[in-house]
Write a protein that binds this ligand. Sequence first.
Ligand code: HPA
Length: 249
Amino acid sequence: MLAIIGGSGLSRLGGLVVTARRAVRTPYGEPSCPVTFGELDGCPVAFLARHGYGHTIAPHEVNYRANIWALREVGVTQVIAIASVGGIRTDCVPGVLVLPDQIIDYTWGRDCTFFEGADQSVQHVDFTEPYSGAVRTLIARSAADCGEPLIDRATYAATQGPRLESAAEIRRLARDGCDLVGMTGMPEAGLARELALDYAALAVVVNPAAGLGASEHGIRLDALKGTLETALARVQRVLVAAAHRVAGG
Ligand code: HPA
């Protein structure tokens, strides 16, 4: 089954006809919210709001382990994670949809593995390609199905938040080769890999990153909302197309 993890602005999935909600218990505590089951244009999907339905859980407070565990527990095999991001590369401007293919983890202090504790042997999962090629292809084809342009390939910087970055931090990320910056990409992607879920992210650029373009002198958070809402309507069309592809229709 296909699951969608909704990020900022996507605590609810427009067009989802809800059939059930399930509160899943995990060994890692509570997920951000119950898993919602429903149909997108007649095709089954599961949905989880990363920040909770009321958008009350900050990026560094999300229980990523419980969220990923819960999705696997309910039978999910493929995950599309929606993320709002700041744009660093010049073509990653507000409103653009991006399909990252690489990630650099700058987060700290988050529970980032299932493989720990005295009763577990040490395991190192391969993360050369952090996102699932199959789900990236699914997203790219779904975007093409509904005529939505998508930037294919970008490096996502996962920062700790919840504050935004300084201009110097963004310059460092740019030197590191990062094209996008967001606060939730890790440890989510790594945990999905540990549980062998096919996981990829679909990023929505909502602002130029700190110190760049219109954010030269600061990021206007109030200006982000409109951009996010318009872009999310396009994301939802892509998700409907993806649900159709997964359902085989
Ligand atoms: N930085 C980090 N996370 C973000 C940003 C940003 O500029 N915009 C949206 N999420």
